[in-house]
Design a protein around this ligand. Structure first.
Ligand SMILES: Nc1nc2c(c(=O)[nH]1)N[C@H]1C(S)=C(S)[C@@H](COP(=O)(O)OP(=O)(O)OC[C@H]3O[C@@H](n4cnc5c(=O)[nH]c(N)nc54)[C@H](O)[C@@H]3O)O[C@H]1N2
Ligand SMILES: Nc1nc2c(c(=O)[nH]1)N[C@H]1C(S)=C(S)[C@@H](COP(=O)(O)OP(=O)(O)OC[C@H]3O[C@@H](n4cnc5c(=O)[nH]c(N)nc54)[C@H](O)[C@@H]3O)O[C@H]1N2
Ligand SMILES: [Mo]
Length: 773
């Protein structure tokens, strides 16, 4: 067995990573969050940039917050942002510029030994930089030369499939549309994106069962629901404005069930910073029932509740919406037969083992369900990043279908999306397996025949890189090597690429673990003013609930050298493909892009006019709007989802890799995770005290975490401080990206191929000391 130590950490210096641990908080947001927002913005952006930026975030004439994808309410608050939105804006609006001098002073080999935290704090990228073959340093390069280098390489490929076009979810609709058009005009569907690691499982499950791979609720539905189940999500940190919506629902009488291995502070006591009461008084108790589930136990839980509903129906109780089931669904009988087939004597012991919950609690949940008229289920990564995520989410759909909770006010599916425009990017065609209908429309509009074969998703891209089959890797934002699993494998794969090109705002790990040659192309961010011939341009985004609206950058760009993502794509495409059949240069007028989108993408008719309306417009959603289900059967599909739950051998725990309060994915803003009581360090592993006792892990001790996978190659993350923490039995938690090294590339979800970042079997071994670069 070969063990490899991981050279990378996100700390300024791993040896100084010395977490202080206090008790977890029981309330979230309130005054500390407001103070922290002000501090973050002041520190990075200063008052002259910071104040106007914060006043423009999420306002109808301002820009869309680059944080999460939670929608804005119709009536905006003056401060329509949260602490973590403030951090995201501060990160972009920083006054610190990264110039050629910096790269002259720091060889790439040195930067590769730096943490992501350190790299990110160097400031905004402002000039194109080139790393020539065999060179030790990045050097400044003109835009012309940089784009010619990429164009030459793309023109010289034996096949367009030797190129990979990655996207992270901050890219605007306009840039995303041009980007996928470019990839397809070149001849490839290799369009992996961050969704592949994120909500792909939701998209897969929802498309199959409901016919639309997106959420079916609006903000008003959340406000109107009388039962909201929040499963596998930590909104206090990752979608703080969602707490305001939950609070509003509660005020109107809704009850909330939280399903999570961790007691997350945000879902307990929420102190709304937009109200005086929330700032100084007591908050709102959000959660009525907390189901402290084992990692990966949600399939068992939802199927148990479903079985209780079916049993009640058999007893003659009116608990199912028979009219809905008969008129709008398919597969009910098989679903019911299968679910009721397991003998009672086996069923409950299995459910209790898989969920870690007692039967009485599951029965209480079922009673809350039958006592409710309008149910919304919200979820995020806790449901999507497991081997059986797609079956789990399909079972959530079964649950909602049973009582007709889809396609009526106050009810539906609510996958809460991550990146602020990740949903829009998909709508614009950033997808490696596009539908024929989309390709037909694209080809007809632009007069070319798009490629039909499936492209590479994120995991398959890494496999192709590892085999030396990728010659050009282009990334529209993101931090590919740090966000993807199996860090050592991925970094090795990246080094086998010929040319790696990153369109980015901030320096990150992916700029320093490169192909033979590399380019950094500095892009304008959401908050930056985007001028063309002195006139401002604006873009659009789509939020988690299918609302499309405009985003206007307000800040003067830090330097002249930065270009808009759209301009970079158009210039490159024109160099590679010429101006026919697509007249790329015309699209520099974004209205013209929107006209083309209107012709290609359903639901965007009259795009330019409707995007100009304050607040924008909502995309059609057949199940939500008229209970039409564009699935293979033409009906909403009940599905049979089996009985899988992760099994953990003795002496091992199941590890989830998650976000701290001070990070945005791979961007580490700070070293605290305030709500969980962790300060000044990130190399912590949260373990249930009883498990810790059994495993001999003292609180405060340091340990290596070693993951186990059938390939027999152990993956090791050294030197984590053990924190005794009230997580569910058998489960542990640690932050990503430090622990991505532990997630095997081949451990992915069925159907969606999403890495199983929330279920990694690990053991603990003697501390081998802080990682060295
Ligand atoms: N500030 C900030 N905001 C963000 C981000 C960020 O990094 N920072 N990232 C953005 C992105 S891209 C995304 S996708 C979202 C992510 O938003 P979340 O999904 O909330 O993010 P995670 O930190 O991965 O948290 C997963 C949650 O699910 C729980 N969980 C884990 N496994 C299970 C399980 O098996 N069952 C159940 N029921 N619960 C489980 C965890 O305990 C945790 O509470 O946030 C977005 N918003
Ligand atoms: N182990 C583990 N791994 C995970 C996850 C997990 O829960 N556990 N979560 C997964 C999820 S949900 C996601 S979404 C992925 C995220 O994967 P990515 O989206 O690839 O990663 P980010 O960290 O969001 O990317 C940050 C970088 O984007 C660039 N950037 C920021 N804003 C802009 C912009 O406006 N334009 C451009 N061009 N660039 C910009 C900056 O250079 C910044 O360094 O990570 C996944 N990885
Ligand atoms: Mo995400």
């Amino acid at each position: 067995m070969r063990c490899v130590a991981h050279p990378y950490s996100a700390q300024p210096d791993p040896a100084q990573d010395d977490p202080r641990v206090g008790p977890p908080k029981t309330s979230a947001v309130g005054l500390p969050a407001v103070l922290n927002s002000v501090r973050q913005v002041g520190e990075h952006a200063g008052v002259r940039r910071g104040v106007p930026a914060m006043l423009a975030v999420n306002q109808k004439r301002g820009f869309d917050c680059p944080g999460c994808a939670w929608p804005e309410p119709e009536r905006r608050h003056r401060a329509e942002f949260c602490e973590n939105g403030a951090k995201a804006v501060a990160e972009e609006a920083t006054t610190r510029a990264l110039t050629a001098d910096f790269f002259a002073a720091h060889p790439v080999a040195e930067l590769a030994g730096r943490s992501g935290y350190w790299l990110g704090r160097r400031g905004r990228l402002t000039e194109p930089m080139y790393l020539a073959e065999g060179a030790t340093h990045y050097e400044p390069v003109t835009w012309d030369r940089a784009l010619d280098l990429v164009a030459e390489e793309l023109r010289g490929l034996d096949s367009p499939d030797q190129a990979v076009f990655y996207t992270s979810g901050r890219t605007s609709n306009e840039a995303a549309f041009c980007y996928q058009l470019f990839a397809r005009a070149l001849g490839t569907n290799n369009l992996p994106d961050c969704s592949n690691m994120c909500h792909e499982s939701s998209g897969s499950a929802l498309s199959e069962t409901l016919g639309v791979g997106k959420g079916s609720v609006s903000l008003a539905d959340v406000h109107r629901a009388d039962l909201i189940i929040v499963a596998g999500q930590n909104p206090g940190t990752n979608h703080p404005r969602m707490l305001t919506a939950l609070e509003r629902a509660k005020r109107s009488g809704a009850r909330i069930i939280t399903v999570n291995p961790l007691p997350e502070a945000g879902l307990r006591d929420f102190r709304n910073p937009q109200t005086a009461r929330g700032l100084v008084g007591r908050g709102t108790e959000l959660t009525d029932l907390f189901a402290q589930i084992r990692l990966g136990g949600d399939l068992a839980l939802f199927s148990a509740v479903n079985r209780l509903l079916l049993e009640a129906d058999r007893r003659g109780e009116q608990v199912l919406d028979r009219e809905f089931v008969d008129a709008h669904t398919h597969g009910f009988d098989e679903f019911a037969r299968e679910l009721l087939s397991e003998p009672e004597s086996e069923f409950w012991p299995r459910v209790e083992r898989d969920t870690g919950l007692e039967r009485e609690l599951v029965e209480r949940i079922a009673r809350m369900v039958t006592g409710s008229e309008r149910i919304v289920v919200c979820w995020a990564m806790g449901l999507t990043q497991h081997k059986h995520s797609v079956p789990t989410i399909r079972e959530v759909v079964n649950f909602l279908l049973l009582r007709g909770n889809v396609g009526r006010p106050g009810a539906g599916v609510c996958p809460v999306r991550g990146h602020s425009n990740v949903q829009g990017d998909r709508t614009m065609g950033i997808v490696e397996r596009p539908s024929d209908a989309f390709l037909d429309a694209l080809g007809a509009e632009f007069g070319f025949e798009p490629p039909r074969g499936h492209g590479l998703d994120t995991v398959d891209s890494i496999r192709a890189m590892a085999r030396g089959r990728v010659r050009v890797f282009l990334a529209m934002g993101g931090n590919f090597v740090a966000a993807t699993p199996d860090t050592l494998v991925t970094e090795e794969a990246m080094r086998r690429v010929g040319l790696t090109v990153h369109v980015s705002t901030k320096l990150n790990r992916s700029h320093v673990i490169t192909g033979s040659r590399a380019l950094i192309l500095p892009a304008l961010a959401r908050s930056d003013r985007d001028l063309r011939d002195g006139r401002p341009r604006w873009v659009t985004v789509e939020d988690s609930m299918g609302m499309v609206h405009a985003s206007h950058g307000v800040l003067a760009p830090l330097a002249e050298g930065m270009r808009s993502e759209v301009d970079i794509i158009l210039d490159l495409a024109s160099r590679v493909l010429g101006e026919s059949p697509v007249a790329w240069s015309e699209l520099a007028d974004y209205d013209r892009i929107r006209d083309r989108v209107a012709a290609v993408v359903p639901g965007f008719d009259d795009f330019n006019a409707r995007a100009r309306r304050p607040g924008g417009f909502t995309l059609p959603h057949a199940p939500r709007d008229d209970r039409r289900f564009p699935t293979a059967t033409g009906l909403a599909n009940f599905t049979v989802n089996g009985r899988y739950a992760p099994r953990v051998p003795r002496g091992r725990l199941l590890l989830q890799t998650l976000r701290s309060h001070d990070q945005y994915n791979t961007t580490v803003y700070g070293l605290d995770d305030r709500y969980r009581g962790i300060h000044d360090g990130r190399r912590v592993v949260l373990v249930n005290p009883e498990d810790a006792r059994e495993l001999g892990l003292a609180d405060g001790a340091h340990t290596d975490i070693v993951s186990e996978w059938p390939d027999g190659r152990d993956r090791r993350a050294p030197h984590f401080r053990v924190v005794h923490y009230p997580t569910a039995r058998g489960c542990a938690a640690a932050y990503f990206p430090e622990t991505n090294v532990l997630v095997p590339l081949d451990s992915t979800a069925e159907v969606s191929n999403t890495p199983t970042s929330k279920s990694v079997v690990v053991r603990f071994e003697a501390d081998s000391g802080p990682p060295t670069a």
